[in-house]
Design a binder for this molecule. Structure first.
Ligand code: GDP
Ligand code: MG
Length: 903
């Protein structure tokens, strides 16, 4: 296209119309609106202007950017007298600009431009000379040809004369060989003819030579033009100056442009023909024209590309500067892609900064920003939750905040009466007013008291509470801690206290089973105060209410205490506007599909609202309250069941009502992607080796452990020892613990909580083992307490000692036991996995629990002592110092491998 509008041009060059117009104005063009037409000449003018300005910029000095990272340690004394160490990492970036370099570069550019221009002029002179020579040669060739023609004429005339002259000699000449004849008897006429002939031949030769010369010169000139064009382009690129170049029409490129202009007009003509296709005559012309046009195409393309290069719009001389959006973290390869670079280059830059990463590794926002700046682009830092935040921002709640009911979670040690207490309250307070008695269980209910309403979250155990806390959702206002008056503070009691404290939720103690005779109130109170839970009578601020879930004693006082606490908290919420809250529970119902219990925290949830919960969204087809009644809407602090989500959302997921379905989908999709990434990161993080590496990040500042042991005694000992390891910086969190073999559900829990699974004298069953392998869960067996403790300690401090890993090399099952006088008990075994080795340490397992550990007394096959028995074979063995072996026991042979750790 020869002519385009400003808008089109702006689109082609990827600049805004305004910017382009400003540039055009600077270039002295009169364009004002985006619809104005820009001609080729004007384009050239703009181009010249841009080149000039870019030329100025091209002289920009090279900058040197230096990065430095220093890590220092700060020690502070905290109140408890414990020294706290803080690692301080300082990152500095400094850019130096060299002045002399600037001048040097300018000088170089000028010289290069000068040289290129000289080369071009020279080349043009040569080309001119060649052209002159060619013209001269042609002229001479024509001249020669004319002479030759004249000579031919003369020759013909002479021949005619000769024929007339020697008619009588004709016969004689016929008999003789003419040449010899000529030589022997050369007549004047014959000589004239010979000379004439040789002259003609010479002329023809000369003409041919001249012709060849012309061809050669033409080819040479073509080649020279090509070089010329290249030289010119280089010169321009170097100097960024086009206006100094020789007058445009003279240059070969300009000739190319003329060609282009011709083709443009051709193009236009063709288009006109197409448009005017109504007339048959023109339509008929279309065929051959089209073919012709196709023949032209390649030429045109090269010319166009030459032109675009010339223009410098599509491929500017100046480097493209990208604005790179960086979330809270970014994978190296993604970062590379955003800057149109290879991952390798990014890794190299990071390496220079002292960070060794791989392509698929995540780097934090600050580091990524440094890389972006180093590569000369600009970084735009955004929050990962920008998309969600924008959704939240759209949820403005107008109107006055009014008092809302407190949301209460009941926690406490197992068997201290949580369920009984919840059931009693429900029976007494909810069911009392309902004809149908106890209603369905939806995971939450509310009670009305003369002094106000209370909502109880009725989710079993601490799971929901912690799950919600882990997701950052705060559903609970008050924790009621149930402590059995006859049992006192137990591990889970302490855990509940920790959870409540960590989330800043006030506690009320319900001292349950007060009806029992064996109660010791003071002991329980003192145990509580040892955990910094001090009752009001003792000068503390925690309300302790003595209750009985059996007799109902003290229940009203408990509700009263809750309401007093709620008043202190001044709980309010706006009830107008779209609803927002937390998913308490969810399940898939056979008839109704996904059923989710939601706790509305703000606004009002109405039937038909579009609900976005975690990664799911759908319309709330029906709202069901805790008594099974269909309701139209629910306000703050109220639990409600909704139908209509495509799947069961996770307990603890936040939900909100969205006006725009497209937004809902966007956020849901974003969350799905983020969850996937998180899961992958989690798998990485759950390896014990990686724990330290991840500790710099706030959320990983705990070592999560799932602990299974052979007996309760060792479990308690280990738990106590592990809990004592917790420091201010790193917490040891025993996510789950128990006695017995490691099961699949332990591994599932490990996966979801990013825990390592530690087995003390117990083994994983088959399903658990394969799940560990598939999901990359770190599973470790120990038989010495201090080794387990040491490993965890090492993981916490990051000083991983050489790893002492046990590899199980063979497992055999005891089929029969014989009692011999020599060995005591000899076992007939079948090797199930690997091989048994006579000289390697062994353990005897009963139901996946280690019952003995030691070595073999003997290993035999058919009465022969052997060193090894392979998989699938039978053998007889005796265990040194162990007579108690039984059929069904397993013999595990292992070896200890020392692996040097590297982080
Ligand atoms: P949870 O594990 O904390 O949910 O405890 P449960 O509610 O299941 O109660 C465990 C046992 O304690 C049950 O056998 C209850 O009957 C009993 N229990 C609960 N509350 C009381 C109480 O106030 N008094 C008496 N005597 N027994 C109670
Ligand atoms: Mg219970």
């Amino acid at each position: 296209m020869a002519e385009v509008t400003v808008k089109q041009l702006a689109d082609t060059v990827g600049r805004s119309v305004d910017v382009l117009l400003a540039q055009m104005r600077d270039a002295g063009l009169s364009h004002k609106a985006e619809g104005d037409v820009v001609s080729d000449i004007e384009k050239q003018q703009l181009l010249a202007h841009l080149k000039r300005t870019h030329g100025e910029q091209a002289g920009e000095p090279k900058k040197i950017t230096l990065q430095r990272k220093t890590v220092s340690t700060l020690k502070t004394n905290v109140v408890a007298g414990k020294a706290k160490t803080v690692n301080v990492e300082v990152r500095k970036t400094r850019t130096y600009v060299k002045r002399s370099l600037l001048e040097e570069q300018e000088e170089q550019a000028r010289e290069a431009a000068e040289a290129a221009r000289k080369a071009q002029e020279e080349a043009e002179q040569q080309a001119e000379a060649a052209r002159q020579a060619a013209i001269e040669a042609e002229r001479r060739a024509i001249e020669d040809a004319r002479i030759a023609a004249a000579e031919e004429e003369a020759r013909k005339a002479a021949e005619e004369a000769r024929r007339q002259l020697g008619g009588e000699q004709k016969d004689a000449r016929k008999l003789s060989v003419p040449k010899i004849d000529i030589k022997r008897h050369e007549t004047p006429e014959e000589r004239a003819r010979r000379e004439e002939e040789s002259a003609r031949e010479r002329a023809a030769d000369e003409a041919r030579r001249k012709q060849e010369e012309v061809h050669r010169k033409e080819a040479e000139e073509k080649a020279r033009q090509k070089t010329l064009e290249q030289a010119r382009r280089i010169a321009e690129e170097l100097a960024g100056r086009k206006d100094d170049a020789p007058s445009a029409a003279d240059t070969p490129l300009a000739r190319g442009l003329v060609g282009k202009a011709y083709e443009d007009s051709f193009d236009r003509e063709d288009r006109e023909i197409k448009r005017g296709g109504g007339t048959p005559a023109r339509g008929a012309k279309k065929g051959p024209k089209k073919r012709e046009e196709q023949n032209f195409r390649p030429v045109q393309r090269t010319l166009t590309s030459a032109l675009s290069r010339q223009h410098g719009f599509e491929k500017p001389v100046e480097k493209q500067v990208y604005e790179v959006t960086i979330g809270e973290s970014i994978v190296v390869s993604d970062l590379a892609q955003k800057m149109a670079k290879k991952s390798r280059e990014i890794i190299r830059v990071l390496m220079k900064m002292g960070e060794v990463v791989t392509e698929n590794q995540r780097i934090d926002q600050a580091t990524a920003a440094l890389v972006v700046e180093e590569l000369g682009h600009t970084a735009k830092l955004v929050s990962d939750t920008a998309l969600e935040d924008s959704l939240m921002d759209s949820l403005v709640h107008h109107g006055e905040a009014t008092t809302r009911a407190p949301v209460v979670t009941i926690m406490g040690h197992v068997d201290h009466g949580k369920t009984s207490l919840l059931d009693y309250i429900r029976r007494a307070k909810v069911a009392a007013g309902e004809a149908g008695g106890i209603t369905q269980h939806i995971g939450a209910y509310h009670v009305e008291t003369p002094r106000g309403m209370i909502t109880f979250l009725d989710t079993p155990g601490h799971a929901a509470f912690t799950a919600m806390r882990a997701r950052g959702a705060k559903a609970t206002d008050i924790v009621v801690l149930v402590v059995a008056a006859d049992d006192g503070v137990m591990p889970q009691t302490a855990e509940a206290i920790d959870h409540a404290r960590a989330s800043g939720v006030p506690l009320i103690v319900a001292m349950n089973k007060i009806d029992k005779e064996s109660v010791d109130v003071d002991r329980v109170l003192s145990e509580l105060s040892a955990k910094q839970v001090v009752c009001e009578e003792w000068g503390g601020d925690v309300q302790v209410v003595k209750v009985s879930a059996k007799t109902g004693q003290g229940i009203d006082e408990l509700l009263e205490a809750i309401l007093i606490q709620a008043e202190l908290l001044e709980l309010t919420a706006v009830s107008d506007g779209p609803a927002q809250g937390v998913v308490i529970e969810s399940r898939i119902d056979k008839g109704r599909g996904a059923v989710a219990t939601l706790l509305v925290q703000k606004g009002t949830l109405k039937k038909g609202d579009l609900v976005l919960a975690g990664t799911l969204y759908g319309r709330a087809r029906a709202l069901v309250d805790e008594t099974g009644k269909l309701v139209k809407s629910v306000g703050p602090s109220m639990p409600v069941e909704i139908l209509g989500l495509p799947d069961a959302p996770g307990a603890g997921d936040e939900f909100l009502v969205v006006a725009d379905e497209r937004k809902a989908r966007e956020v849901a999709e974003f969350r799905v992607a983020r969850d996937r990434q998180l899961r992958m990161d989690m798998q990485q993080a759950s390896k014990l080796e990686n724990l330290f590496a991840n500790m710099g990040k706030a959320e990983a500042a705990s070592v999560n452990i799932i602990l299974k042991t052979d007996v309760r005694g060792s479990l308690e000992a280990l738990m106590a020892a592990l809990n004592d390891l917790s420091t201010d910086e790193v917490r040891v969190k025993i996510v789950s613990s128990g006695v017995g073999a490691i099961t699949e559900s332990d591994v599932t829990l490990a996966e979801s909580t990013g825990s390592v699974v530690l087995g003390f004298n117990v083994r994983a069953d088959g399903a658990a083992r394969s799940k560990c392998q598939n999901d990359g869960i770190d599973l470790r067996y120990y038989s010495i307490i201090y080794e387990l403790i040491d490993d965890v300690k090492a993981a916490m401090s990051g000083l991983l000692s050489p790893e002492r890993r046990e590899n199980i090399v063979g497992i055999a099952e005891v089929r029969e036991v014989f009692h011999s006088s020599k060995f005591g008990a000899a076992a007939g075994c079948m090797v199930l996995e690997g091989s048994l080795f006579r000289n390697k340490p062994i353990r005897v397992l009963r139901e996946d629990v280690v019952v003995f550990q030691g070595e073999l007394e003997s290993l035999r096959r058919f009465k022969e002592d052997v060193a090894e028995v392979r998989h699938g074979m039978e053998c007889g063995l005796a265990v040194k110092g162990y007579k108690d072996i039984k059929a069904g026991d397993k013999i595990e042979v292992y070896e200890v491998q020392i692996i040097k750790r590297s982080l």
